[in-house]
Ligand binder design. Structure first.
Ligand code: PFF
Length: 464
């Protein structure tokens, strides 16, 4: 940052909570959570997911906010500040790289939401009355290269325009308006889903656990999903924490953010699964799930067009507030460490993300059969690489660096000074130092074992 320029801060406590919740609540909750839960057996997956949110997500969320406010820096600057001159600096760089990778496929799905707003307004979404047509419409849409690149571009450009405006006038102002709106639209959708005939079977799938469906890879997906959904492991919360004032209470804020994020994911599940079952569809449809379901729900409903437009606007809003935080990580790094202006940083990196995202935009059409790694197209590969590997690995290093290298005694005073629940502070310290690193290491070993087994069986297939 240029000397003499003051670092921006959030305008209010609620503004911060909504912006951070806006980062957490995104496509991960509404698009991804239902389809990943659907692919992994429903309720049992949801319980494992909640377990990870509580024992890993919450403590690491607090750790990231603590590091951010303590150092008042972007992720790279933060690790330089707490472990300068050592190898630990790479944790910050890893975060910036992860954000970049996520944006390459995230903005593509963000583009889908714009496409579906347009389709809804034109009445094309509500012209769909059965699931086979909905599936065909989505696959034709996602296979159209020009349209995919156009929407990917529009989404990335919108995100860039908001991030250029900075913290208070951009991210905070938008989040304050958009987040409450999102909640209201979701409630309306749940009411509709639950009133559909056959919807109760969907509720059962989502709420009645069947642990026999759980495999090692579902446990790994639950872990990756918890990091992805809470925006953890890549320094997004370090960056947002760095704009916190000394008066803000980290423990309280983290509890709110984690609660809101989990609550919205559950609401999204409640909105989607009753409809899936009412229409005799498979819950394991993959990334197209909500685009296959929602049009049929609205297509068979009075005033469906209004609800369709609202729903895709909701998805767009959720995606935008999260993509803004992903971009902000890189932008903050370049501004803080390289002294660039905000405008230049946003222009250069926004454009780079647009270009790097093109293969993901084409992954459902012309590049469908271009496999990057054992059967995964570029889109799936980026998704798995970031959610399952990069974010949990980032979380592991954040916990170890704070707990063992820098020392909790240097940072624990960052937690709410007037809290009456002192034991919560100690519980956090214990978890960050011992529980989180151990559990994440264990999960990492399992993940590598699972993936190596998969690769070996893929190789055997190939050689046959
Ligand atoms: N949490 C966002 C979502 O659920 O859609 C995605 C995300 C944002 C992941 C920011 C990571 C991040 F740093």
């Amino acid at each position: 940052m240029a000397p003499g320029t003051e670092r921006e801060q959030w305008g209010s406590k609620i503004g911060f909570i909504l912006a951070a919740a806006g980062s957490a609540i995104g496509l991960g909750n509404i698009w991804k959570f239902p389809y990943v839960a659907g692919e992994n057996g429903g309720a049992a997956f949801v319980l494992i997911y909640i377990f990870f949110v509580m024992v890993l997500g919450l403590p690491i969320m607090i750790a990231e906010l603590v590091i951010g406010r303590h150092t008042e820096k972007d992720p790279v600057g933060a690790f330089k500040a707490i472990a300068g001159g050592t190898k630990w600096e790479f944790v910050g760089y890893l975060g910036v790289l992860t954000g970049f990778f996520i944006l390459t496929f995230y903005n593509v799905v963000g583009g889908w939401t714009i496409g579906y707003i347009v389709k809804s307004v034109m009445g094309e979404v509500t012209a769909v009355h059965d699931t086979a047509t909905a599936q065909r419409v989505f696959s034709e849409f996602s296979a159209n290269p020009a349209l995919m690149i156009l929407y990917h571009f529009l989404f990335t450009a919108t995100c860039m325009i908001i991030v250029v405006k900075g913290i208070r006038n951009g991210i905070e102002r938008w989040s304050k308006v958009l987040m409450p709106l999102l909640f209201v639209i979701l409630l309306i959708l749940i009411g509709k889903g639950l009133s559909m005939e056959g919807g109760i079977a969907g509720l059962k799938f989502f709420l009645q656990p069947d642990f026999s469906k759980i495999t090692m890879s579902s446990v790994i997906s639950a872990l990756g999903q918890s990091f992805f959904s809470l925006s953890l492991g890549m320094g997004a919360m370090i960056t947002y924490g760095s704009y916190l004032s000394r008066q803000d209470k980290i423990l309280h804020s983290a509890l709110y953010i984690v609660f809101l994020d989990t609550f919205i994911a559950i609401l999204a599940g409640l909105a989607i699964f009753p409809a899936v079952f009412a229409m005799n569809m498979s819950p394991g449809e993959g990334p197209g799930l909500i685009f296959h379901i929602i049009p049929v729900v609205f297509g068979n409903m009075s005033y469906g067009i209004v609800f369709a437009v609202l729903f895709f606007m909701l998805l767009f809003i959720a995606a935008l507030t999260s993509a803004m935080s992903l971009l902000e990580v890189t932008v903050a790094y370049i501004i803080d460490e390289k002294g660039w202006s905000r405008r230049k940083a946003v222009c250069v990196f926004g454009t780079t993300i647009f270009i790097l995202g093109i293969p993901a935009a084409l992954s459902f059409g012309v590049m469908k059969n271009v496999t990057v790694f054992f059967g995964n197209n570029f889109f799936d590969f980026m998704d798995k690489l970031t959610s399952n590997y990069m974010l949990p690995v980032g979380g592991f290093f954040i916990a170890v660096c704070l707990g063992w290298k820098y020392g909790l005694e240097n940072t624990i005073h960052e937690l709410d000074p007037d809290t009456r629940i002192i034991s919560l502070k100690e519980l956090w310290a214990f978890t960050i130092k011992f529980v989180s690193p151990f559990l994440l290491l264990l999960m990492f070993i399992m993940l590598v074992k699972d993936d190596v087994a998969g690769i070996l069986s893929g190789l055997t297939e190939l050689l046959r």
